[in-house]
Design a protein around this ligand. Structure first.
Ligand SMILES: [Zn+2]
Length: 246
């Protein structure tokens, strides 16, 4: 009844880096480049080191303890800014990230986040994703269509979870072991599906954590200025991790 408590590893969540165009529907998903540069410099100067979700899973399963300076930096959706803005900066600082890809939109557009007055955001191409992976980034799945799983019948939700893994593995010729719930939205049965179809680990955002298959992340959005970043980063490290059955 009382699951083992394990030292927590902070996990940060970003979407895209750039200046939000005026009138865009979700300006908070954009983090201004100067803010992002400040945040990455801060982590790098303080000696934080990026690990993979697989290393995080091994730490939480008690198989291989991660160093105390370990951090996981994640990007949802696979915006091309990950390749254009984020990758060169992080590489120069010796940092890496994990990017969660919508498998039905490889090299496509963020059609789920449509704005009447702006073109849909461009998404990473297969070639760019491969290059990130070769440079030490991790690639995870973020469903097939960016569907809100909690609004789908169970069979369709499971299909989104299962097929995004299969499609990415086929397109990228690499194992996909990590899943992030679109909008962070999940119910306990979805965590069970993520485990069942063969992922090692799953990530949510503000929803309650559910062991290895729904790990919480600290959302670093566009209104997170320096002090707020420090506060959120402190919160990301707070409290032990408790594994529970998915
Ligand atoms: Zn998303």
């Amino acid at each position: 009844m009382n699951p083992r408590a394990i030292r927590r590893i902070p996990v940060l969540l970003y979407h895209k880096i750039g200046v939000a165009p005026t009138g865009v529907r979700n300006p908070r998903t954009w983090v201004a480049p100067d803010r992002f540069v400040w945040q990455m410099n801060y982590l790098s100067r303080r000696g934080w080191r990026c690990i993979t979700p697989e290393a995080l899973a091994a730490h939480y399963r008690g198989e291989k303890e991660a160093d105390p300076d370990s951090i996981l930096i994640t990007f949802d959706d696979g915006s091309r800014s990950c390749y254009r803005e984020v990758f060169p900066l992080m590489r120069s600082l010796g940092l890496t990230a994990t990017v969660f890809i919508v498998s039905g939109q490889l090299g496509g557009r963020a059609v789920w986040d449509r704005n009447p007055d702006h073109p849909d955001d461009e998404l990473l191409t297969i070639r760019e994703i491969r290059e990130l992976a070769e440079a030490g980034w991790s690639i995870g799945a973020h469903s097939m269509t960016h569907a809100r799983l909690t609004g789908l019948p169970p069979g369709e939700a499971e299909r989104e979870i299962r097929e995004s893994k299969r499609q990415l593995e086929e397109a990228l010729s690499m194992p996909i072991r990590t899943f992030a719930y679109p909008y962070g939205a999940y119910a306990p049965e979805h965590a069970g599906m993520v485990r069942k179809v063969g992922y090692e680990i799953g990530f949510t955002t503000h929803y309650p954590e559910q062991g290895l298959y729904a790990i919480r992340r600290e959302n670093i959005h566009g209104e997170v200025y320096a002090l707020r970043f420090l506060w959120r980063f402190r919160r990301a490290k707070r409290g032990p991790f408790r594994d529970v059955e998915a």
